[in-house]
Design a protein around this ligand. Structure first.
Ligand code: FAD
Length: 439
């Protein structure tokens, strides 16, 4: 069994930015995950980012290696605003960031996470067991794909979630129905069309709300709706500048704000690639789906209750993601049930800490606490800075308490924590059986 102070699970923009900050501050840690995996395998090849260039970076402690600096070094086209960033540029930048600032990354997944007497026990896919005092869960949207229950009886060869597709060439010559009105749906529709598929788009909304193309904005426009790293508007200035103030708002306000802000809206640049090229079925619900003669047969129903069929070789549900702690399959059920939640999302302190001491959540899982900023790479800067400060404070308090430090004296620190935990359990009058399970 190995030991570490902090374990980070996940190596996307959040995990990597946090690890870069911890390394710069000398906080001992390990980070697990495949670097930039979501962007390399779960988004379609050829996609362009919806976030602007200046809002599409990872964050090192000195802010010296943003996307702009990388593109300049590599001679790649870049602009802070108005020039969509190709997915391939962003992933190669992210991998370069990892090599430069997070060389300690361990490219392996965490198979299970449970509580132990000294904090947490991580079982890695290669069989290693590692104990950590602090765990940061930075798994982004992985685990949270939302597939409408309507498709639960349709075999996987006929229906898939948008996150299952990186390459699309195998759809050449096949008919595909894409369901959704957000950027995933429209990006996929455009790319499938380019790959030679016969695509149709199905959406509940009566119109697709493409972003406005960039134009020189007047002073009045800029005053009315300032540009932020998420989009334009004073409400987004609040989200991006004051996530800690957002955290202090009432739960009801936060949940409502996150639900209403930045709904599905494709990038402006995708409009010309789909309008007039891909048929849209708008204002309809998919009310039935079944397979017959090796094709998927959908029933579409409009608001007036009129029904019509749509037949395709394959259906891609670009139906988004829902944060739901029950979907984090690597959490043991004991640990999962100890995390206080609201609507299946973790309730977090102002330090990102859940109700289980030492267990932190960042990224999309933390959006109901810190706002929509946390749903985007742009939020990784705030998160890495703020969380690192909190962990530095915690580390120095621990060092004082146990006479420095678990790297050099792990057994002593553990013994001390063991004694404390035993005492706490006894005070709480837990049964011997439960005590055995926890220790
Ligand atoms: C189609 C699409 C387009 C998007 N476009 C944009 C955009 O233009 N701009 C933007 O800012 N955001 C965009 N997003 C949102 C984007 O997903 C987040 O901004 C970003 O990924 C957040 O980074 P992250 O580090 O939290 O998560 P991710 O990048 O998803 O990284 C999570 C990491 O966790 C790892 N992991 C998961 N489980 C385990 C485990 N058990 N053990 C170890 N590691 C694990 C994964 O392998 C992965 O490396 C888009 C999302 C989608 C789906």
């Amino acid at each position: 069994m190995t030991h570490c102070n902090v374990a980070i699970i996940g190596a996307g923009p959040y995990g990597l930015s946090i690890a870069a900050h911890l390394r710069a501050r000398g906080i001992e840690h390990r980070i697990f995950g495949r670097p930039m995996d979501t962007w390399l395998t779960r988004m379609p090849k050829g996609m362009r980012l919806k976030s602007e260039g200046f809002a599409s970076s990872l964050y090192d402690a000195n802010l010296e290696f943003g996307l702009g600096a990388y593109c300049e070094r590599e001679g790649l086209p870049y602009a802070d605003l108005g020039l969509p960033v190709p997915l391939e540029t962003f992933t190669s930048y992210g991998l370069e960031f990892q090599k430069k600032f997070v060389p300690q990354l361990e490219d392996k997944l965490v198979a299970s996470l449970s509580r132990s007497s000294t904090g947490f026990q991580l079982q890695l896919v290669d069989g290693e067991v590692c104990c950590a005092r602090t765990v940061i869960i930075a798994v982004g949207l992985t685990h949270y794909d939302y597939m409408p229950p309507l498709f639960s009886d349709v075999p996987e060869e006929f229906v898939s979630h948008s996150s299952a597709h990186h390459t699309l060439d195998h759809f050449h010559g096949r008919s595909v129905a894409v369901i959704g009105a957000g950027s995933s749906a429209l990006d996929l529709a455009a790319l499938l069309h380019q790959a030679g598929a016969d695509v149709q788009l199905v959406a509940r909304s009566s119109a697709i709300r493409f972003h406005d193309p960039p134009h020189k904005r007047s002073l009045w426009e800029r005053m009315r709706a300032p540009t932020t790293g998420l989009a334009q508007g004073w409400n987004l200035v609040f989200c991006t500048k004051a996530p800690r103030v957002f955290h202090r708002m009432s739960e009801r306000f936060r949940l409502d704000f996150v639900r209403r802000t930045l709904g599905p809206a494709p990038g402006w640049f995708i409009k010309q690639e789909v309008v007039g090229k891909v048929p849209f079925h708008l204002g309809v619900n998919v009310t039935a789906a079944k397979v017959g003669d090796s094709r998927v047969r959908l029933e579409l129903t409009n608001r007036a209750g009129e029904r019509r069929p749509l037949v395709a070789d394959h259906v891609i549900a670009a139906t988004g993601y829902r944060v739901d702690l029950r979907r984090l399959s690597f959490l043991t059920s004991e640990l999962r049930s100890a995390i206080d939640d609201v609507q299946q999302t973790p309730i977090l302190s102002s330090r990102f800490e859940s109700s289980v001491p030492g267990l932190y959540f960042v990224g999309t899982s933390a959006a109901n606490s810190f706002g929509p900023l946390l749903r985007f790479a742009f939020g990784a800067g705030f998160t890495a800075r703020h969380l690192t400060k909190c962990l530095v404070r915690l580390d120095s308090r621990r060092s004082v308490a146990i006479g420095r430090h678990d790297e050099t004296r792990p057994e002593k620190a553990e013994q001390l924590q063991d004694v404390r935990l035993q005492g706490r359990l006894r005070r709480q009058g837990m049964s011997a059986v439960r005590r055995k399970a926890v220790t």
